[in-house]
Design a protein around this ligand. Structure first.
Ligand SMILES: Nc1ncnc2c1ncn2[C@@H]1O[C@H](COP(=O)(O)OP(=O)(O)OP(=O)(O)O)[C@@H](O)[C@H]1O
Ligand SMILES: [Mg+2]
Length: 460
């Protein structure tokens, strides 16, 4: 299927060149479309030779705050601060150059990569495993898919307990495209008994020590050709860190009590809920090992920092609990309860509270507040009437500190409300109008305003 992309050129940019570029893209099999759908998710190419606050604002909106991949191409050298401004505004990459026949291949390579990554991110392989709608999670998924599928880099997964580190390690192994891939071997570093650590890592020969009745492979041998996942890697003693470093560098090891060198090659994924870099600075974790295990660092944010994931995760856990039938819905007060609740144990906590509610649920109707076990129930306070939570106030404070005026804040609030509702009702005008408390006409006009055409002079 052809890669879909929309293209814009901005005033100040030579229209003739932009047209030629667009034709070249079409001739290379790219399906160039108008950006006429505010819910469209395919990437875009913008030709621009200048960076103004207005362009940055447009880029911010078109990229939906960085969710849609947009490539900005300029034919004149941009000052380096302009490049950073464009990135900050949501551009996925910026290409500078006037040799258009060369640059067209660069554009196509990026579009192909983004399309491949996007396809994988939206595949059931990923969507049914790591659930979430937040921008933070989507950004992580895109990066993890890219690292897992297109490189053999080691990955360090950081995050509080219950954020999904092990799930992510599994996903990295699943997405690894090595032919005849070996197994995913998991070693929880908190469970390593010091006396048996050598055997755990290297394996042992029969009779190597008292009790070694038969020979045994260690994780380095078991993970050969596959992935070694070292969970809670921050718990490794300095001695084991040194041994691990040697094997990662040399790809060889000997069994305890053995003489023969064995070769091994595996992808390494490590996880910890500790601040590993602080451990390095305190001399508790070897810096050289840190750099080896952390070619790519992925930080899974706590659930409180991605509340958009709460309801999709709740639905996911309900679906998993009812594999053969439609799961019950969550009624509105229960949804609000889940959104307001605190989750010190992160996603695991949410999973458990859903399981506890299901224990009390009877019938085929929605899950209601009575299903919330008494110990989980919130104390009702006057605060519950308030919908503007701390996140809302924080965003406004940041905007004001950056000099964003009231008009822009109101416009963005309106913009966000429209987008959330339209996504919720799959673009249905009447339903959106009802939820927003406006007329159908207002929704239609909003959609029309967001429909951009090739006549990009309208764009600015
Ligand atoms: N994004 C997600 N989508 C679906 N399930 C998730 C997600 N994140 C976490 N979970 C579920 O939450 C639970 C905890 O996840 P996991 O064990 O991967 O977390 P962890 O970060 O390794 O926790 P810990 O630090 O306690 O070992 C698991 O049941 C997992 O399936
Ligand atoms: Mg874990």
């Amino acid at each position: 299927m052809a890669i879909k992309v929309w293209v814009h050129w901005l005033s100040g940019y030579q229209q003739q060149i932009a047209r030629e570029m667009t034709d070249l893209l079409i001739r290379q099999g790219i399906d160039v479309q108008d950006h006429d759908d505010y819910l469209s998710t395919y990437p875009g190419v913008i030709f621009s030779n200048e960076v103004t606050p207005k362009i940055c604002q447009q880029l911010h909106e078109l990229s939906r705050n960085g969710q849609i991949q947009i490539l900005v191409c300029c034919d004149a050298a941009m000052p380096s601060d302009a490049v950073w401004q464009l990135l900050e505004a949501g551009a996925a990459d910026i290409l500078v150059g006037s040799g258009w026949h060369t640059i067209i291949h660069e554009i196509i390579s990026r579009l192909q990569r983004w399309e491949a990554v996007d396809r994988m991110v939206h595949s059931p392989l990923v969507q049914n495993v790591l659930v979430g709608e937040s921008q933070a999670l989507k950004t992580i998924l895109r990066q993890v898919v890219e690292v897992a599928h297109f490189t053999d880099a080691s990955v360090l997964v950081l995050g509080e307990s219950g954020t999904g580190k092990e799930l992510l390690a599994n996903l990295i192994h699943t997405l690894d495209p090595r032919p005849d891939k070996g197994d995913l071997v998991i070693l929880d570093c908190t469970t390593i008994v010091p006396e048996l650590s050598g055997s755990e890592f290297f394996g042992h020969e029969r009779g190597a020590f008292t009790g070694a009745a038969s020979s045994r492979d260690g994780v380095f041998a078991l993970a050969n050709g596959g992935t070694l996942f070292l969970d809670e890697v921050g718990e490794l003693s300095l001695t084991l860190q040194t041994q691990l470093l040697r094997v990662i560098q040399e790809h060889t090891f000997k069994r305890v009590g053995g003489n023969a060198w064995q070769r091994t090659s595996f992808r390494l994924v490590c996880a910890t809920n500790r601040d590993l870099w602080a451990q390095v600075q305190r001399g508790e974790f070897r810096a050289d090992l840190y750099y080896r295990i952390a070619s790519y660092v992925c930080h899974l944010p706590p659930l409180r920092a991605r509340s958009e994931d709460i309801l999709p995760l709740a639905s996911h856990f309900l679906k998993v609990s009812y594999p053969d039938q439609d799961p019950p819905e969550l009624d509105a007060p229960v949804q609000e309860y889940l959104l307001r609740r605190e989750y010190p144990g992160n996603v695991r906590d949410l999973k458990q509270v859903i399981a506890r509610m299901l224990c009390r649920h009877a019938g085929k109707g929605a899950i209601t507040v009575g299903c919330i076990p008494p110990d989980d129930r919130p104390m009702w306070t006057e605060d519950w009437k308030e919908w503007r939570d701390t996140g809302f106030e924080r965003a406004i404070r940041i905007a004001l500190n950056r000099g964003v005026g009231l008009k822009a804040i109101s416009r963005n609030t309106e913009e966000t409300a429209f987008r959330i509702v339209l996504e919720q009702v799959n673009g249905n005008t009447q339903q959106a109008a009802q939820l927003l408390g406006v007329t159908d006409r207002t929704v239609q006009n909003w959609k029309k305003d967001r429909s951009l055409t090739h006549k990009t002079e309208q764009f600015l």
